[in-house]
Design a protein around this ligand. Structure first.
Ligand code: AMP
Length: 446
């Protein structure tokens, strides 16, 4: 562990620490951020009402729209001259969301990334190939400084130029890879395409995040790169990557949230009411120690559950994998749908690769979903498709492909309750990640 004392702190001591920190942050934002003063006053909330972390539910939420309204520096608690760095969220619509850091915030950022990388299996002296994007996005630079703090050697490759990534992996023999899960798949496919055996690279761990992913992708990445792959989660508003991390020897049991700094809640997405541990809802964070831009009950829009793991090595709470974003939830003929639900079903078929897209169209008032999914390379060879691109005709002429299509359609209907048309694709027909976040949904209704 990078910080064993804090990572294994008994829960009552953790609560005490969180309470002290909450009181201080509430006091600061009320006195320094006019947005919070007005909001607390409007809702009749007094700073003195907050006596411990158990009172957190009395506080109002902060939403992304509030950050846009206060663009760029309305949430600052310090003079601009005290800022050490500014990043922006990778949001694709409207004004970007600005996040700012003091020197102390950058120390905190590095601390939680160092904790996360350690939990992922990294050690001082190892090399980390950092293929997260460098720039305004918090991923690249955030991981960079955390890895340096841990005592690693950083290769700041950034995303894209996959051929060069592979040459560097082969030449420098990095032990740790950090990138999006979809880009890890791209790298794995490229290795295979170029017939480079795993013995020529030296990767041991992959730390993957910035977009939702599932167990099937983990299996594919672990096989394709010869690594143990774990989840890193974060968002710019809270700090960047390193808000939570899955431990490499506790895979599949959730990611530890470093709750001495980021207090998590899961709330009902319609009412905002707090939900019990284990129930799925919107993840909300209060930053307990951030200096330049602390946020109270920030509504992430990410859907997951949180729970304590008594068998875990650390005492901090764990979050389940993100199912999707509440604003990315599709409603198809009245049924709520996240693309990860389809991904999980695709994963049950060894004949299919976890590379897919959902194409949503509307005819009259009827929404239709087409699932484009690639067959796996092995299955493609097994079926002797000899370079043929799969289309309606090739599929109709191949009984096995027709049966496979029907099986997946039936599985989707039985499990999700929506009829979707499945269209098998040959290998590498669906766009792959070039290093950034990958969109699995093509919504043609708008
Ligand atoms: P940004 O602030 O641009 O870094 O984007 C943060 C958002 O990326 C989060 O709110 C999530 O929606 C998504 N995200 C980050 N890490 C993960 C992860 N490990 N799993 C799923 N989604 C993630």
């Amino acid at each position: 562990m990078f910080n064993k004392t804090i990572e294994t702190l008994e829960l009552d001591k953790l609560r005490k620490l969180q309470s002290e920190r909450l009181l201080s942050v509430v006091n600061t934002v009320y006195n320094k951020v006019p947005f919070y003063k007005n909001l607390f006053d409007k809702k009749g909330i007094k700073v003195s009402d907050i006596k411990s972390i158990n009172d957190i539910h009395k506080l109002p939420f902060t939403k992304k729209e509030d950050l846009r309204d206060q663009y760029p520096f309305g949430f600052l608690t310090v003079p601009e001259s005290k800022l050490a760095r500014i990043h922006c969220s990778s949001g694709t619509t409207g004004k970007p969301t600005v996040v700012a850091y003091t020197e102390k915030d950058l120390q905190l950022f590095s601390e939680v990334v160092a904790r996360s990388l350690t939990a992922a299996g990294a050690k001082p002296g190892m090399k980390i190939h950092n293929a997260y994007g460098y720039g305004l996005f918090t991923g690249g630079i955030g991981i960079h400084y955390g890895a340096e703090k841990l005592g690693m050697t950083v290769i700041p490759v950034s995303g894209g130029m996959t051929e060069r990534q592979i040459n560097l992996l082969r030449d420098f023999k990095s032990e740790v890879l950090c990138c999006t899960p979809s880009y890890a798949l791209t790298i794995a496919h490229e290795l295979k395409k170029r017939n480079i055996p795993l013995s020529e690279i030296n990767l041991k761990y992959a730390v993957l995040g910035a977009e939702p992913w599932t167990e099937a992708i983990r299996t594919e990445v672990e096989k394709g790169l010869g690594v143990t792959a774990t989840n890193i989660f974060g968002l710019s508003e809270i700090i960047g990557p390193g808000v939570s991390q899955e431990a490499y020897n506790e895979k599949g049991t959730g990611s530890y949230i470093w709750e001495d700094h980021f207090f998590p809640e899961v709330v009902d997405k319609n009412t905002g009411e707090p939900l019990p541990y284990g129930e799925e809802g919107v993840l909300v964070f209060t930053t307990l120690t951030k200096e330049a831009m602390p946020f109270i009950r920030y509504w992430t829009n990410d859907i997951c559950s949180i729970n304590y793991d008594k068998q875990g090595s650390r005492t901090h709470i764990k979050m389940s994998p993100i199912k999707g974003r509440a604003d990315e939830m599709l409603i198809i003929r009245g049924v709520n749908l996240f693309h990860t639900q389809v991904e999980e079903l695709i994963n049950d078929f060894s004949e299919l690769a976890p590379n897919y897209q959902l194409i949503i169209t509307r005819k009259g008032s009827m929404d239709n979903v087409e699932v484009k999914v690639e067959v796996s390379e092995n299955y493609y060879k097994e079926q002797r498709l000899n370079g043929d691109l799969l289309n309606t005709e090739t599929i109709q002429n191949n009984e096995n492909l027709t049966v496979l299509t029907k099986k997946l359609e039936k599985k989707i209907k039985n499990n999700i309750g929506i009829t979707m048309r499945v269209k098998l694709q040959s290998c590498h027909q669906i766009p792959k990640s070039e290093g950034g976040k990958l969109s699995r949904i093509v919504d043609l209704r708008k």
